[in-house]
Design a protein around this ligand. Sequence first.
Ligand SMILES: Cc1cc2nc3c(=O)[nH]c(=O)nc-3n(C[C@H](O)[C@H](O)[C@H](O)COP(=O)(O)OP(=O)(O)OC[C@H]3O[C@@H](n4cnc5c(N)ncnc54)[C@H](O)[C@@H]3O)c2cc1C
Length: 322
Amino acid sequence: MKIAIIGAGMAGLATARRLGDAHEVVLFDKSRGVGGRMSTRYAGEYEFDHGAQYFTITDPAFREAVATAGQDASAVLWDSRGFYMKAGRAGPDTGRPRWVGAPRMNSLPKALAAGLDIRLGRRIASVQGSAGALQLQFEDGATEGPFDRVICTAPAPQAAALLPDGSPLQADLARVRMHACFALMVGWPEPFDPDWDTLRAPDLPVSWIARNQAKPGRNADISSLVVHAAPDWSDAHVESDRDHVRALMLDTASTLCGRALDGAPHIDLHRWLYAYAEGGVGRDCLSDDASGILLAGDWCLGGRVEGAFLSGRAAARRVLQG
Ligand SMILES: Cc1cc2nc3c(=O)[nH]c(=O)nc-3n(C[C@H](O)[C@H](O)[C@H](O)COP(=O)(O)OP(=O)(O)OC[C@H]3O[C@@H](n4cnc5c(N)ncnc54)[C@H](O)[C@@H]3O)c2cc1C
């Protein structure tokens, strides 16, 4: 079959790797690079993993995929010093081992993307037609097709905008709630070590700070902090003035770091409109056999990198089973 996959994040890449041997697969992504929310922002000497911070591994299939892709060391364990603050209590942030892309978070998706047919900078506006005769309509007016199947791995609200109003998949999509996240990136040329690599503070407007330079393979001689605002706080400020958001986040982050950050030579703010999915949809992927459209993504399985991989794999399985 000829299959189009929308999105070259973890879910789309996992789907394509599984289907690629059996079918003719092409991926489309509106971004300039692969990885979706597992991305890295470059600013001169500074680099920031401003989306996913690390990932955990529980499923053997995901473990195997990471091990295979990681043979070139594109995924490694991060032995990080995590610190946790909640309700006036503080202590070590313990949990499952943390994995990261190396030397950047996008190194893992790049390794998974090797050899795939990926068309970047292509924003799809709608999916039309039915199984065997599906067409992709692009924002610039171009069309591609026909495809036998279309697998969309965009975040749920973006997937909903691409599908026809009458699609039976719309009801499931409408139930998915996704939260925004503001990511503040602060860089300066000297090292900085407050005795932690990550700080989690779920009660505060700034709920996460990571010393990006402390991850394996990064330049540890400079400082590159990634500061995330809490999901509820980000939702509440999603349309607020960016300078205001930036000033509030800098203020809280400065207090948490014990040093003024507002004079740093590099400060940038990114808004992730659909950062985290709440819960899941109770199925690892969704499909409408009549239209030939399938949906996958982290939002099916609770909103993490591993969930995105497993959902992508599930969509591929569904296609292979016919
Ligand atoms: C700030 C932040 C922090 C996070 N922290 C963690 C963490 O520490 N650990 C963890 O496990 N997870 C974390 N996550 C979540 C993790 O990044 C996601 O679960 C995972 O990367 C989602 O993969 P995906 O393939 O489902 O979606 P995405 O990565 O979002 O990929 C979807 C792709 O679809 C493309 N797309 C969308 N619409 C269109 C269109 N119309 N046309 C063409 N292309 C389109 C997008 O450009 C994107 O590349 C974090 C996310 C964010 C934003």
